[in-house]
Write a protein that binds this ligand. Structure first.
Ligand code: ADP
Length: 540
């Protein structure tokens, strides 16, 4: 017997319709690329998204066509999220921080028909123009007054383009499993791989991250610093429309001062970013002695949250949400929130627990698999390959022939992790970064996090280097705080007792700057290259 309830496809266009009806006056605020702060409402955004859909139809875009974006977090990018997917095309967010040759490769692989881009990227687009094989039209996300002169005829102005419609447009009735958006992984190994999200996966994921046990969105004001060009900005552009959050978008501004100014002036309650951004904000707070009021919650993800960072923000009265995820899973998988037992633990214990990446959201099944292929116990100690399964995890990469899953439908995340008896997962490493010393594994993440607590260390990364006796040993690479000098003994003494004795790095070296990937994470491939000939102190 079947249930007798309505079949109501989960479509992205329904989110913006909902926002227009129920939160029409709520604001979306942007620190613009051109200069100055722009503000308008969900109602205005909804009309402009429909005008954009009309413009896409005029440009000949059809259901399933890929439309590229190369843009910061702005209200126009927000409209693109809705206008493109809503009319049945696929919103392909390109990451401007990739190497130019990779950007062209990705646009060609996706067969993007139109490319929308911010003023910032005009030189990049002109440089790549001849390498884009399928893009017919380039649209600059600006108005006529900011349009550079003497551009080729196929370079259009966004405001003029959408002005050609009246917004009187009915979203098509799509299948909820139709493709909605496309995002490529950064391709640290080989070519980037495309993850093709559906309307259904996007809406389900959006609903899952709202709850108090995840980002606790409700009717808060949010500042998603996590870029809309990478993994859908953790789904915020969609979740916000469900609950009617006021949204504050930082445009091309990522420094501590700009972020702090937005938090204060727009009265932000929740903000999210990768740890690198938070280091910048903490530095700014230290320099200026300012506070973070009225901020309530701060999301950290994309890379592990070090203990000192969790404590620093919680000392400001802000609740840290440590999240784990990846492009392939839309991207949020776990959240380091408390459950009804751990919420009663002393604050210090809770903060320790928050260093773990947290429990799976409903919709994310997880398991840990050890070397012999068997499933590891959830004891918080045994680590192995982390597998996931669920309605917003991919099954196959875009244009790939083979499934990305094993025969039971599990996706191997490429991460190595433990899960404890309360269901809290902790990432030990990416499988390719694990250091194998004498047959035992050393967690580079644990070592890095411990090192970041030392007063002289601004940034830390650990890589494995070959060692005659132990096969591999850890090398600690640090960026020192301004004015500090490298004192290896003091660092080793500091680490003793915080990590197992045999984990202590065999050497410590400094760099002026950490090489960062397109998603703001330390690029270990770059460090391995730099230190490939590094000799251990006991080697001659
Ligand atoms: P990219 O591969 O381009 O860096 P992703 O965002 O897809 O982009 O990266 C996902 C990976 O980032 C995960 O597989 C994991 O290794 C790492 N990661 C994400 N969140 C965390 C976290 N909270 N702690 C540790 N590692 C994390």
């Amino acid at each position: 017997m079947q249930g007798l309830m309505q079949d109501w496809p989960l479509l992205i266009s329904r989110l913006i319709d909902h926002a227009e009806r129920f939160h029409s006056q709520v604001e979306i605020v942007t620190e613009t690329v051109e200069a100055g702060r722009h503000r308008y409402t969900y109602a205005e955004c909804a009309v402009r998204s429909r005008k954009l859909a009309q413009a896409l139809e005029r440009l000949g875009i059809k259901k399933g066509d890929r439309v590229g974006t190369l843009a910061w977090n702005t209200y126009r990018h927000f409209e693109l999220y809705y206008g493109i997917s809503g009319m049945g095309a696929v919103c392909h967010t390109l990451n401007p921080r990739l190497f130019p040759k990779d950007i062209a490769w990705v646009a060609n692989h996706a067969e993007d028909q139109v490319l929308f881009f911010d003023l910032t990227f005009l030189p990049l687009v002109r440089e790549l123009e001849e390498h884009f094989k399928t893009v017919k039209t380039f649209v600059m996300l600006t108005d006529q007054s900011n349009m550079p002169k003497s551009l080729p005829a196929n370079y259009l102005c966004y405001e003029d383009l959408i002005d050609g419609g009246d917004g009187n447009y009915a979203w098509p009735a799509l299948d909820e499993n139709d493709a909605a958006s496309l995002c490529y992984t950064s391709g640290t190994t080989g070519n980037p791989k495309g993850v093709l999200y559906s309307h259904r996966s996007t809406v389900l994921h959006a609903m899952a991250v709202i709850v108090p046990d995840a980002f606790n969105l409700s009717t808060r004001t949010i500042l998603p610093i996590i870029p809309m060009f990478h993994a859908n900005a953790w789904g915020y552009p969609y979740t916000a429309a469900i609950v009617g959050c006021k949204i504050v978008l930082n445009g091309p501004h990522f420094d501590g001062k700009s972020i702090h100014t937005l938090i204060k002036e727009e009265q932000v309650h929740i903000t999210t970013a990768v740890p690198t951004i938070w280091l910048g904000l903490l530095d700014y707070l230290k320099e200026t002695g300012q506070d973070l009021e009225p901020l309530e919650g701060l999301g950290i993800g994309g890379a592990a949250a070090p203990a000192f960072m969790i404590k620093a923000f919680e000392d400001f009265g802000v609740n840290v949400h440590h999240a784990w995820g990846m492009t392939e899973i839309s991207p949020v998988g776990t959240m380091g929130s408390m459950n009804s037992i751990t919420a009663r633990w002393p604050l210090e214990e809770q903060q320790k627990l928050k260093q773990k990446q947290g429990r799976g959201l409903f919709g994310v099944e997880m398991k840990i698999v050890v070397a012999d292929g068997s499933e590891a116990p959830w004891d918080g100690k045994t680590f192995g390959a982390l597998y996931v399964r669920g309605p917003w995890t991919l099954k196959r990469y875009y244009r790939a022939n083979d499934s990305a899953l094993d025969e039971d439908g599990w996706f191997d995340t490429g991460d190595v992790a433990t899960i404890d008896e309360f269901g809290y997962m902790q990432i030990t490493d990416r499988a390719k970064d694990v250091i194998k010393s004498g047959g035992e594994w050393i967690s580079s993440i644990d070592l890095e996090n411990a090192a970041m607590g030392h007063k002289d260390i601004a940034r830390a990364a650990v890589i494995g280097r070959p060692h005659k006796k132990w096969r591999e040993r850890p090398l600690l690479i640090v960026v020192l705080e301004e004015g500090a000098v490298l004192d290896k003994d003091s660092i080793l003494k500091f680490l003793t007792g915080k990590v197992a004795k045999w984990w202590l790095p065999n050497d410590i070296v400094t760099v002026d700057e950490m090489p960062l990937s397109g998603t703001g994470k330390v690029k270990k491939t770059g460090l391995r290259e730099t230190f490939k000939d590094h000799k251990w102190p006991d080697e001659s």
